[in-house]
Design a protein around this ligand. Structure first.
Ligand code: ADP
Ligand code: MG
Length: 702
């Protein structure tokens, strides 16, 4: 059947070597061995791997693949791949198609050019990739993609997946111990579930190509505001324009074929901004699928003559893009541990896990902030649109009341759920008791937490590594406090412990408006972190308590953390450095060409008028010329300042100091230059500028 005529259920996962394909094609004992490896992370015998590889290869060839690739996620935050064909030459001059178990489970890419933050000494430049059988292989562009983790020969993590898998194992271990202590002995395993809502901008590709800033840095570095922005609130959930709808349709289909459960799509707040949300999956699969989603978005956009912008802040003055990381815990018996129970007995487990999350987020708020720190995301956090840089937890009225009764030792009575009864014809539904506070960076939303700080281009691996590890640690503390308590004292001690945890950590709970200055002051009084920029936040990665957390749970060694610290700072410095150069070039060449030409034309015009009649006042022309002349002077001066400061930055050697310099000086220089340029740009007619303006880009799509 051709792919075009497939129904959605037939289409979904048709390019994925998923469980049903394995069950159908693998011999029973081999299938069981693979399942065991997936569920318990146990070692896979080479014999088994050989058998899986042969069957996988045949399946891949049937689906048009000629190559295979180990697909991994280096510290660039992107995905990486190197393709090998299945062909193996025969003495007869022909070829056969081969793929061994060894090739399936292990790859050895020459990894010397990936960021390692000094981890990999040059004498052992090679790293290796190891199959992650818990994330299914799939076919894309004629290759079989095998999801893998990427390590150095010494076993150090060089990627974003290795620590994620480690953290999932850790939280599994700690959560199961606590569950057993609480009497839930039927649970053998928990999984972390993640659903990542993805925001993006879609703009005309021809316009995109004309802007050096977008091409080189992903965001506009100059550009006067269009007369209209997002103030009319007419885009959010608005009717999809036909071209956008057609893009979204193709995007959904492509994602479904790859087994990515794309679920909802809608227009977002800013003009030209949209969102896609998938159904949640196990954390590592969700991370892989989010990486794929971003890639496929760009690819399909290109086919539709769009450019898909994933930068956190592509345009000044309208909302930037984020990615909500929805996070929960599910048992192998199918229970969501963050779902409030109906009875006090059921609720006891919920309260334990809730308080574990609250303590974890309070103790490791600095790590949570670091996990979403990038040069791009710094433009959002605290900029009155995304959550502030201060981490706090929103729990909603119902849960706040429940926590209060825990603290005071009173019986909790659920507030009468109000019947909303919007209209007779609509079915009655009860009011959502997790009232939506969009200003909170970390919100409880009914049966999961929603971490709203990640930027739109970020791999969601890091935030989930931090959450998993910090919550695992809190669960371990709970376990250790209770493991030796006798049965008759257990409930009393548990109650005492929960009260103590609440008392210690309730300072991180905040249900008000996170966008106000009062909250920032209040947060400081409460002793919460307010790490405004990446250079402010990053040194905390190496705080003793954080190194100790990661080492205690074997997520990162101190060396691995130091290497990550270096990489994050270097990325930040490089990003702003490129922005500075791109801005200088765009202003000097593209903008100046328009400015000079317009000034000349308008001067000639004024001279012509005066020649025609010396009494002509030429007020308008003179005012424009005088404004542009003044502004040109400011632009020249600012350009020189930016250039000189950038030179200074290039000569600096200490990475942290350099990062601070980029934040405190270069970004400020760029802001000053932009102010002057935007002032002039607002006067110059669009036709003079060799690049499209904000108005063109944000409102020209039909
Ligand atoms: P919104 O936040 O836009 O109002 P929803 O709350 O319905 O939308 O869901 C947002 C995301 O949360 C979706 O990607 C969904 O799959 C995910 N989600 C829902 N339940 C869970 C869960 N138990 N664990 C992880 N993610 C979840
Ligand atoms: Mg959401």
């Amino acid at each position: 059947m051709s792919e075009e005529t497939k129904s959605v259920p037939e289409m979904f996962g048709c390019l994925v070597f998923n469980d049903s394909v394995m069950r159908e094609r693998l011999p029973k004992d081999i299938y069981r061995a693979v399942r065991k490896t997936i569920q318990r992370g146990s070692h896979l015998e080479l014999e088994v791997a050989n058998s899986v590889a042969a069957i996988m290869k045949n399946w891949a060839i049937e689906h048009g693949a000629t190559h295979f690739t180990h697909w991994f996620q280096p510290m660039t935050g992107l995905t990486a791949e190197k393709h090998d064909s299945f062909i193996s030459p025969e003495p007869t001059g022909g070829v056969i198609m081969e793929f061994s178990g060894k090739e399936l489970v292990k790859g050895e890419p020459d990894a010397s050019s990936f960021p390692s933050g000094g981890l990999r000494a040059t004498f052992e430049a090679r790293g290796y990739t190891a199959w992650d059988p818990s994330s299914p292989a799939f076919i894309k562009d004629g290759s079989l993609y095998i999801p893998t983790a990427f390590c150095s020969y010494g076993g150090q993590a060089l990627d974003k997946k290795t620590p994620l898998l480690r953290s999932m194992e850790t939280i599994n271990r700690e959560a199961v111990k606590v569950l057993h202590l609480l009497g839930k002995t039927e649970v053998n395993r928990i999984d972390i579930t993640v659903g990542a809502e993805q925001e993006y901008f879609l703009i005309d590709k021809d316009l995109y190509k004309k802007r050096k800033d977008l091409l080189l840095t992903g965001r506009t570095l100059i550009g006067a505001a269009a007369p209209k922005g997002q103030e009319m609130e007419d885009h959010y959930f608005g009717v999809l324009k036909p071209k956008v709808a057609s893009f979204m349709h193709d995007l959904d289909e492509e994602l479904w074929k790859l087994g990515v459960p794309a679920k909802t799509k809608h227009n977002e707040v800013a003009p030209a901004q949209h969102e896609l949300a998938p159904v949640f999956e196990t954390a590592n699969v969700a991370v892989d699928h989010n990486q794929l989603t971003m890639e496929i978005m760009k690819k399909i956009a290109d086919k539709h003559n769009f450019a898909c912008l994933l930068h956190e802040k592509p345009f000044e003055g309208v909302n930037g893009s984020g990615k909500h990381d929805n996070w929960s815990i599910v048992t192998d018996t199918g229970e969501n541990l963050l779902k409030p129970g109906k009875t006090p007995e059921e609720n006891r487990i919920f309260m334990v896990f809730l308080l574990a999350v609250i303590s974890a987020v309070d103790d490791y708020a600095d790590l949570m902030r670091i996990s979403v720190a990038t040069a791009g995301n710094d433009h959002r956090l605290g900029a009155n649109e995304a959550p502030p840089a201060v981490i706090s937890i929103f729990v909603g009225d119902e849960l706040a009341a429940q926590l209060k009764s825990l603290e005071e030792g009173t019986d909790f009575v659920s507030s009468e759920k109000k019947q909303m009864g919007i209209a007779r014809v609509l079915p009655h539904f009860t009011q959502d008791n997790t009232d939506r506070n969009r200003t909170s960076p970390f919100a409880f939303t009914g049966n999961k937490f929603e971490f709203r700080m990640p930027g739109s281009s970020l791999s969601i691996s890091d935030p989930n590594v931090v959450l998993n590890t910090a919550v695992a640690d809190a669960l371990r503390n709970i376990y250790e406090a209770l493991e030796n308590v006798s049965e008759d004292k257990f409930e009393e001690e548990l109650d005492k412990l929960l009260k103590k945890l609440l008392k210690e950590h309730k300072k991180v709970i905040f249900n008000g408006n996170g966008y106000t200055d009062e909250w920032i002051e209040e947060a400081e009084r409460r002793g919460l972190y307010n790490l405004v920029s990446l250079p402010d936040a990053m040194p905390h990665l190496l705080d003793e308590k954080n190194i100790s957390l990661f080492e205690r749970h074997r997520i990162f060694t101190k060396e691995e953390l130091s290497s990550r610290y270096e990489i994050f700072l270097e990325n930040y410095v490089k990003t702003i450095h490129i922005e500075s150069l791109a801005m200088q070039e765009m202003v000097r060449k593209d903008f100046t060409a328009g400015l000079v030409k317009y000034m000349k034309d308008i001067t000639v015009e004024a001279l012509d008028k005066k020649r025609f009649s010396p009494n002509m006042k030429c007020t308008y022309e003179e005012r424009i010329i005088s404004t542009l002349d003044d502004t040109s002077e400011r632009i020249c001066t600012q350009l020189d300042v930016l250039k000189a400061d950038t030179r200074k930055a290039e000569a600096m050697t200490d990475t942290l100091e350099t990062a601070h310099f980029y934040h405190d000086t270069i970004l400020k220089d760029m802001e000053e230059l932009r102010k002057a340029v935007d002032k002039a740009e607002a006067i110059i007619p669009d036709g003079y500028l060799p690049y499209p303006t904000y108005g063109d880009i944000l409102f020209s799509l039909r």
